[in-house]
Design a protein around this ligand. Structure first.
Ligand SMILES: *Cc1c(COP(=O)(O)O)cnc(C)c1O
Length: 363
């Protein structure tokens, strides 16, 4: 049972489905793999997995074995690709839960082979080629060499060859070209068709040649990016927990970084950096209450923050929107990320388990 809590993240399920259908129309017959690592970018791992598979996503991807295991235990049967470089301690679970595995070096393949022999199970793998990100993955010539070896190895089923883009500008273009180049050679040595995949969100919207056989657009699916018809499905909401009038010239919150210029109506909101609402927003961020924008004053505390409501009437219990729409006003994730000097991804991943996710179905 979920107990009442004043702060929550709201996921608009119909909008998420719309986004999936919009991306599907855009990619055509290309396989659709949805990366849902880091709690599905804060949207909730298991719920998003189920919604996505129901809406026609073909594949799920996660960063870690533990995320894949959780999905399997929750009854998700779709193919799950674990993208991160593997550790030997994870291999048993990867095989047991039938997760598809990234092989990013000869050593990783050896780890797998050992465990496959031990447990009598074959493994499904995607070979990772480094085309310019220089994070994980093999050089094109090593990818070809390892492919040649593994494609004859009965313990391995090579499902695909993939790479990851470091940018969506000219260097991303060069990555795509070298990926296709190397793939041609690999394909010529293959006994069966291979899935080739490189495109993430910005790759598939900004760079031609990134669609291939499968794509991995996450941020776009969650509603952020350049594709007509998509919209965010995530809102962050809380409630006014306290109201007070503060005299002129008084400091608000720790360290008095804000002083009232006149007698002020200040409300307290039940969210803080302990939820993932970033302290960088102190004296910078705004919130929506009763359809109007108000400034955050003073530093954001771990569990609470303060808002100056001018001369307006606001009541304890009123809904506060920190990200999303209220009335005809909106606070976007992008502006929040900019104020925090970071990218939307980091803000979304930062909302932790203290913030319950509510899935709203408007249909
Ligand atoms: C996270 C991730 C993606 C998704 O990236 P977006 O920019 O959110 O589309 C795709 N591929 C890999 C390997 C990733 O780690």
């Amino acid at each position: 049972m979920m107990h009442w809590h004043p702060t929550w993240a709201e996921i608009d399920v119909q909008q998420l489905r719309n986004n999936i259908h919009t991306v599907r129309n855009y990619i055509g017959d290309t396989l659709y793999c949805l990366p849902i690592k880091a709690n599905a970018y804060g949207h909730g791992l298991v719920d998003v997995a189920k919604i996505a598979v129901g809406a026609g996503v073909n594949y799920l991807a996660v960063a870690h074995a533990s995320e894949g295991v959780l999905l399997r235990k929750e009854g998700v049967t779709a193919p799950i690709f674990v993208m991160g470089a593997i550790h030997k301690e994870q291999v048993e679970d990867l095989l047991k839960y039938e997760l598809e595995i990234s092989v990013s070096s000869r050593l990783k393949a050896e780890l797998l082979r050992e465990q496959c022999k031990k447990s009598g199970k074959t493994c499904k793998v995607h070979l990772e080629m480094d085309t310019g990100m220089h994070r994980t993955g093999m050089r094109p010539e090593s990818t070809l060499a390892l492919f040649t070896q593994l494609s004859k190895d009965p313990w391995f089923e090579v499902i695909g060859i993939y790479s990851h883009l470091a940018s969506s500008d000219a260097s991303g273009k060069a990555q795509i070209e070298s990926f296709h180049q190397a793939f041609k050679e690999i394909e010529s040595k293959a006994y069966k068709p291979l899935l080739r995949h490189i495109g993430n969100s910005s790759g598939i919207t900004d760079l031609s040649g990134s669609l291939c056989d499968m794509v991995r657009p996450a941020l776009l699916t969650f509603g952020y990016g350049d594709l007509e018809g998509i919209a965010p499905c995530f809102s962050l909401k809380s409630r006014v927990s306290y109201f007070k009038v503060v005299d002129q010239g008084k400091g608000i919150s720790y360290g008095s970084t804000f002083f009232t210029q006149k007698p002020s109506r200040i409300v307290t909101v039940a969210i803080g950096y302990g939820d993932g609402y970033r302290r960088d927003l102190s004296n910078k961020g705004q919130v929506l209450i009763r359809g109007k924008k108000y400034p955050i004053v003073g530093v954001i505390c771990m569990d609470q923050c303060m808002v100056d409501i001018g001369q307006d009437d606001v009541f304890v219990g009123d809904e506060v929107v920190l990200i999303g729409k209220q009335g005809n006003q909106e606070i976007t994730l992008k502006e929040i990320a900019q104020l925090c000097n970071t990218i939307p991804y980091e803000i979304l991943c930062g909302f932790n388990e203290r913030v319950p996710r509510k899935y709203i179905n408007h249909s």
